[in-house]
Design a protein around this ligand. Structure first.
Ligand code: ZN
Length: 393
């Protein structure tokens, strides 16, 4: 006998509205496709918003590094001190950094996504790492907010949660197993797929690899939905992304311009150079004017006003993630940055109002209200979890 209903929430990282519109994708199944407003930041900002329905200032996640020498987990690490002695030609290699990152993560016992990226070993002790815990597990959100997964756990719902450390193929197989298992009545599934993002970073958004990957998803999801339909009377499908992707056309050495002021990093000021924005802290108040003067002369980007930060929900208590934010124009990449030494074909994390940043949402069911932004997905998934529950007497 068929089970009642299952809701499948399929998260395809970086499948933006611009990309979705220019491809055929499950056209017979998805009766509704729309743009979805993203959040300013990276996946580290967007994913907690999807999971909690809260804006960054309320969930406390933004980017991996925040200037906070007092609470830096990297302070006093003998291993990091040793790495500082390794010549840059070696220590800036991705392979070396990945191995070092794994060693540091193990020592710190972090369960979240951990990557030291391109942050120099000599600067690590000035920064806190902001995603220490697994977001999908209880207590994973910095501000202590509950997630949609916590809601499902608290209500003892039989749900499926993909393992973000496993591959897409492995996760698709375990989801198939969960919905075909006769001893289970899985009513809600959350499947996270990361490869689209990696392909878009590597090739940009107009490449055959992108088209091929979308066709692969179409194929896999068609199989998944037909399998689900064999086991459930109703299969409710929701496909969404966290942001889009912008083709990079210009590399910009912002770090050099700031260093040319002669101000000392860690003494006068501190900065995190993410790939599309730089965030500054003024350790000595008088460093602000010369840094502002340099930034104001750069036509490839602009300083974000306090009003904009507030509107985008990134006005953090205590200016946790920076006292001044400088954002590059869409397509301009900071190279080198603390995220990477070299350029890349695609990047996200530009203005959330730019068309290429916009995320996407699609479904095979008619809804009374459709989500407008990432923060609305929480309410939608909560309703999906609720509707499958047997009414309480
Ligand atoms: Zn990405």
């Amino acid at each position: 006998m068929k089970k009642e209903s299952v809701s499948l929430a399929i998260f395809i990282d970086a499948l933006g509205w611009e990309i979705l519109q220019s491809h055929h994708f499950l056209d017979e199944e998805l009766i509704h496709k729309q743009d979805l407003r993203t959040i300013f930041g990276y996946s580290a900002t967007c994913d907690p918003t999807i999971l909690t329905g809260a804006l960054p200032r309320d969930h406390g996640h933004f980017s991996f590094y925040a200037y906070d020498p007092e609470h830096s987990p990297f302070r006093g690490s003998l291993f990091i001190q040793l790495m500082r002695l390794v010549p840059k030609a070696l220590s800036s290699r991705n392979r070396v950094r990945n191995i070092a990152g794994r060693i540091i993560k193990r020592r710190l016992q972090y369960t979240g996504y951990f990557n030291i990226y391109n942050m120099p070993f000599r600067l690590l002790h000035l920064f806190d790492y902001t995603e220490k815990k697994d977001l999908y597990q209880k207590g994973g959100i910095n501000s202590g907010l509950d997630t949609i997964m916590d809601y499902a756990r608290d209500n003892r719902v039989d749900f499926f949660l993909a393992d973000w450390k496993a591959s897409e193929v492995e996760n698709l197989a375990s989801l198939t197993q969960a919905i075909t298992d006769e001893n289970r009545n899985c009513t809600f599934a959350y499947l996270y797929m990361a490869s689209m993002d990696a392909i878009l970073h590597q090739y940009g958004k107009n490449h055959q690899q992108v088209t091929d990957k979308i066709a692969w998803y179409e194929n896999q999801l068609n199989t998944l939905v037909s399998t689900a339909k064999e086991h459930y009377k109703e299969v409710r499908l929701f496909i969404f992304s966290d942001h889009g992707m912008t083709n990079v056309h210009t590399d910009f050495n912002l770090m050099q311009l700031v260093e040319d002021t002669g101000l000392r990093f860690g003494k006068d000021y501190a900065a995190v150079y993410d790939s599309t924005m730089a965030r500054f802290w003024f350790i000595k108040g008088e460093s602000e004017a010369p840094i502002r003067a340099v930034l104001e002369k750069i036509p490839q980007g602009h300083i974000l006003s306090p009003e904009t930060l507030k509107k985008w929900g990134v006005d953090f208590p205590g200016q946790r993630y920076g006292q001044l934010f400088f954002l590059m124009n869409p397509g301009v990449l900071i190279v080198p940055s603390h995220m990477g030494e070299r350029t890349i074909a695609g990047m996200h994390g530009y203005s959330p109002e730019d068309k290429d940043s916009t995320a996407s949402f699609s479904s095979n069911v008619k809804l009374e209200t459709y989500p407008k932004g990432l923060e609305d997905l929480y309410t939608l998934f909560k309703q999906e979890i609720d509707r499958c529950q047997t009414p309480k007497m």
